[in-house]
Design a protein around this ligand. Sequence first.
Ligand code: TYM
Length: 352
Amino acid sequence: MSANQEIILSGIRPTGRLHYGNYFGAVHHFLRLQQEGKRCYYFVADYHALTTITERREVYRQTLDMLRTYVACGLDPLQSVIYRQSDLPSTAELALLLGMITNIGHLERGTTYKDKFAQIQDDPKVAGNPLSYGLLGYPVLMAADILIVKADVVPVGDDQRQHVEMAGDIAQKFNARFGETLQIPRSVARNALRLPGLDGAAKMGKSDNNTLDLLDDEKTVLKKIKGVPTTTDPAPLNTDSNDPNDIVPQMAPGVGVLYRLLHLLAPEEVYLEFVAEYRAQGKFYGKLKQTLAQHVSAFNAPIIERYNDPANGDDAIKDFLRENAKKVTPVALDTVESCREAMGIGRSLHRG
Ligand code: TYM
């Protein structure tokens, strides 16, 4: 690995099983970057999960399960540094330091906080840990995750764009005030994905009960896909393009998600065949759903098999977590120390 190699970092909260939005928005890119031989840091964001998980005894179990899913998808703990966020407690110190220069107004404009705030106005008893200091500070902790390993690239789905921008803003502010210390991450790719939910909602999300999961078996896949709302007949498309970005917005939401998924999973000719069916405005939704369900199940099968492989059990996960925490810790301590120095509380000041 060369010294000036690009550094990649991303994380996923362990709040349930990995769904197709997580996979195609994030993990698919994790795998590509790992394959390109980049220096990759991929973690499970268990600190962040504490803002929403109500059953806290589940956090560790869900963290291990998420790590098993990472491995089952093809992430390799020998090629990528795969770790648990809480195994790097220096992240919390960096978040504290960054918090000193972050305006509350900036945080109040964060989408996650704003959404929860709106929910609470509607229903004050909303589940979880409402309007905590941790929730308001969520983007600061996320900035610390990114900045602590000096990441250049942060592969995430479109919904996390604002958080990555906030990390860049915080780093810029830090550098302007205390001197060049932090690496500024690049903005999220313009074409980052936002996969709609199976109910046709704008986003597939763990808390929305509208996900298609990587560990869903054949029966579940078929049931979920059959349940996608397709009551609207195809209407004429006003474009010759077959690109899902051009045609999906013209479709009824449920139908649109079927085409998005088909485009991600099926060979090009199968996708084009169904676009032609759509243009012909026939009755084919049943066949479309059957075909898509087959492709989803074929995609899930090897992942489920690797997930259940005894070699991918808790002991193996705990072993690589120990090793990988050792690999990321020195980089992290180095960043935190530079920030302490820059802010006037460096350890060197205190020696002797
Ligand atoms: P989380 O756990 O909500 O989601 C994990 C990843 O999946 C992507 N994603 C989607 N992409 C496309 N379409 C969707 N419907 C969809 N749903 C989820 C997310 O964009 C994300 O890439 N705050 C982060 C976790 C985190 C993090 C970080 C990420 C903590 N620190 C530092 C990057 C860098 C989160 O809640 O992701």
